[in-house]
Design a protein around this ligand. Structure first.
Ligand SMILES: [Fe+2]
Length: 403
């Protein structure tokens, strides 16, 4: 019996090229690894190749990468999508990793690592937020500049959230690498990223594009996750209305209700703005959510869409400025039944020929008009919000909220 196997192996070995299958050895990495669903004990590592080979992740707490895990491969046209899911990881731990296909190392080294969520809910952490990212350089885009600024921060962020319009012009997978994954690869290989959908990501069916590129919770259009003492909710504001509005709003309220009193911080993020003094209209579908933000103690509401930066004064349920917070724009106590909405939508694209002017409605606490991203740092009951210029790294805005 054993000899039959040997003969069969020899036969196929000869067919494939004398035991060193040349074609498989030439497998090319089409997309550098990126990280999803990174929590206390788990993570998903995804990448893409040109050929259908196996998926192997080698990982460990030392650069010796003492563990191995095989994943799944899915053919999709000319590319192969790889995913390895790890479970049973140690919380609050840094792991190095490398990816292999058919024994060939495709990527690995010092920059390839991930850190699991700490077990201690009061361990400090930070995340970046930006919208309107994947604009081609040829059209004036600068996603790479922002990404290098994020990647080279002295204090590394633990993950990032995307506020929609992540791939211009139409959110299509065929441009995902050129416009988003390549410019952002210095970030994505060691920083999990959780995007929301924007209107451009809706130009072509997102279920055949966006949803295939990411591994997000729930239905991936709207979802939530927890990290340390914070709860994050991503919504899908589609073209300025809400995707599957009735179901999404019901889900949103149920999700908010379920986390009341369990977390110190609640963040809601999506693409479109509500009231604004930018060049965008006030989106009613977003303003209709204000009573929920206020009622369920949402702290920050983050959006993109306008390619600029704008921080509004704290609002009440009706979207009116809470007058007692108007005077001091650098520090806030717990706002209670009020929230701060911020447009941070120039991650890779800036509105040209426009500048923030006088805000007639007097709702604006701060504005800045340059490429940027935001960094939110949580230390227990203290939040520090900073806006960083993509070019040069200057701090454009900063405020603190303490509960
Ligand atoms: Fe947009």
């Amino acid at each position: 019996m054993k000899s039959i196997y040997l003969l069969t192996a020899l036969f196929f070995g000869l067919i494939l090229g004398c035991g060193t299958p040349k074609n498989l050895a030439e497998v090319q990495l089409k997309r550098e690894p990126y990280l999803q669903m990174a929590f206390k004990d788990r993570i998903s590592v995804l990448w893409q190749t040109d050929m259908g080979t196996d998926s192997e992740l080698r990982y460990g707490t030392t650069k010796g990468l003492e563990n191995r895990r095989m994943g799944v491969v899915e053919k999709d046209g000319n590319i192969h999508r790889h995913e390895v899911r790890l479970l049973g990881l140690q919380p609050g731990t840094k792991y190095y990793y490398a990816i292999y296909s058919n024994g060939k190392r495709l990527a690995g080294g010092d920059a390839y690592f991930f850190k699991t969520e700490p077990a201690d809910a009061y361990a400090p952490f930070s995340f970046f937020a930006m919208g309107d990212i994947g604009e081609p350089v040829a059209d004036g885009g600068f996603p790479e500049v922002t990404s290098y600024q994020i990647a080279n921060r002295e204090e590394k962020v633990d993950f990032g959230i995307g506020l929609g319009d992540i791939i211009y012009p139409d959110g299509e997978s065929k441009f995902a690498d050129e416009y988003l994954f390549k410019p952002m690869q210095v970030v994505l290989k060691n920083t999990p990223f959780y995007p929301a959908l924007g209107n451009h990501d809706w130009h072509v069916n997102p279920d055949k594009n966006f949803v295939k590129e990411w591994q997000l919770p729930n239905n991936e259009h709207y979802y939530s996750f927890d990290y340390a003492n914070a709860h994050f909710i991503a919504l899908d504001t589609r073209e300025g209305d809400l995707y599957d509005a009735e179901a999404q709003i019901a889900w949103f309220e149920a999700d908010l209700k379920a986390v009341q009193g369990k977390y110190d911080w609640i963040f809601v993020y999506f693409h479109h703005n509500g009231r604004t003094c930018t060049y965008k209209e006030d989106y009613k579908a977003v303003m209709d959510l204000y009573p929920l933000f206020a009622k369920y103690q949402v702290d920050l509401v983050l959006n993109g869409h306008a390619h600029t930066y704008e921080r509004l004064h704290p609002f009440d349920a009706q979207g009116e400025v809470l007058e007692k917070y108007r005077g001091n724009t650098d520090t806030y106590p717990a706002i209670g039944n009020g929230f701060i909405q911020i447009t941070t939508g120039a991650g890779g694209k800036l509105k040209s020929g426009w500048a923030p002017g006088k805000c007639d409605e007097n709702i604006q606490a701060k504005a800045a008009h340059t490429g940027h991203f935001s960094v939110i740092k949580i230390e227990g009951k203290k939040l520090e919000f900073q806006v960083i210029a993509s070019m040069g790294g200057a701090v454009l805005d900063r405020f603190v909220m303490e509960k």
